[in-house]
Each structure stands twice: as C-alpha cells, then as structure tokens.
Design a protein around this ligand. Structure first.
Ligand SMILES: [Zn+2]
Ligand SMILES: [Zn+2]
Ligand SMILES: [Zn+2]
Length: 187
C-alpha cells in the first residue's frame, strides 16, 4: 500500500511538472532577436509571427488560433521589447499608435460593443505583447475602472496586472488591478 501511494504521488508530481511546462512563465523569457536560438521557445511563437510581418505597419492583427476562441483577434506591435514585452517598455507615442489601431480594429468588428483585454504577466502564455479583441460580454461591469477621453490617456497597468477597456458614453472605461482579463470578452 505504501508503495502504491508512492507511485500515485509520483504520478501526481509528474502531472504537476507537465502542467508547469504547459504554462511557461513569460516573465522569465530571455528571447533576443539577435540570438535566433532564444526565439525558438513555444512562449515566443508570437515573436516569430511578428517577424513574418512586413516591416512597415507598427501594429498588426492575428486571428486567435485557439479553436475555443473563434470570435477573438489579437492586436500586436510589430516591434519587440525585452523579456515579457511590458507595455511600459514602449514609448508613449508607440503606445498611442498601438491603442488607436487596436480600438479602430475592435470598433470595426464589434461596433460599440467592443472590448480590449491585456492579461497580467502571470497569466500570459506568450511573451510578445498582445491585446485580445472581442465583444464585451453582458454583465461584466465592475466599479474598478478609470474614465479616460481617449487612447492617449490609457494608463499603464501596475505590478504585473493587466487591464481591459470598453467604450462608455463617448469615453473609455479602463479597468485595472486584475490579472486574468480576457474572460470579459466573448470567446
Ligand atoms: Zn520570448
Ligand atoms: Zn517579441
Ligand atoms: Zn466598465
């Protein structure tokens, strides 16, 4: 019996190890364009997608390849920043360009029902900066937001948190302080 429990314990440990492998911690990502071997990791797949894009436009869009999220798109900057590609690593001008393009795309897809969601660092499985575009689900509103006039005023998330954004009365709500945010969008 003791032997059997030991076996079960090992099996559980193996499962945990696999779960750990399935969810890489992008905060540790050390990828660097000048060292192609570092870009080969699964968590750097969106970096490789960025490199496939023509060098001109600073923002590009991809359909979410997850078959369980058929209504989702991603907005991504063409350029890389280091490690987990924190939004704070982009210049204010780059962020304005990025948010403006992402909002335009979201509005073109979903009218005034659009939402954008950036997951917190701990819940991201890809290191390259990416924002989820989708239709905001009903009933997800919380009191935890700031109101801004437009993309130039979208604040930076703090402490590794994400943010989600939706239009409200001609302005934008920016919801802060959450790690898993994409769940406010239709899958
Ligand atoms: Zn990476
Ligand atoms: Zn990248
Ligand atoms: Zn709101």
């Amino acid at each position: 019996m003791r032997w059997l429990l030991g076996k079960l314990g090992m099996a559980a440990g193996g499962a945990l190890l696999l779960a750990g492998l399935a969810a890489p911690d992008v905060r540790q990502c050390d990828c660097d364009l000048s060292r192609p071997e570092t870009m080969a990791a699964r968590e750097c797949a969106l970096c490789r997608e960025a490199e496939k894009q023509p060098p001109g436009p600073p923002v590009f869009f991809l359909k979410d390849i997850n078959p369980r999220k058929p209504n989702r798109m991603l907005a991504l900057p063409r350029n890389h920043t280091k490690g987990p590609h924190a939004l704070a690593e982009m210049t204010p001008a780059e962020r304005l360009e990025f948010w403006t393009a992402a909002i335009d795309k979201a509005r073109s897809l979903w009218g005034d029902q659009w939402g954008l969601a950036l997951n917190g660092d701990a819940s991201r499985t890809q290191c390259h900066m990416h924002v989820h575009i989708g239709r905001l689900l009903d009933g997800v509103e919380t009191p935890n937001f700031v109101v801004v006039d437009g993309p130039a005023q979208i604040p930076l998330p703090q402490d590794g948190n994400g943010l989600w954004i939706h239009p409200q009365g001609g302005k934008l709500h920016v919801h802060l302080g959450e790690i898993i945010t994409e769940t406010v969008l239709l899958r």
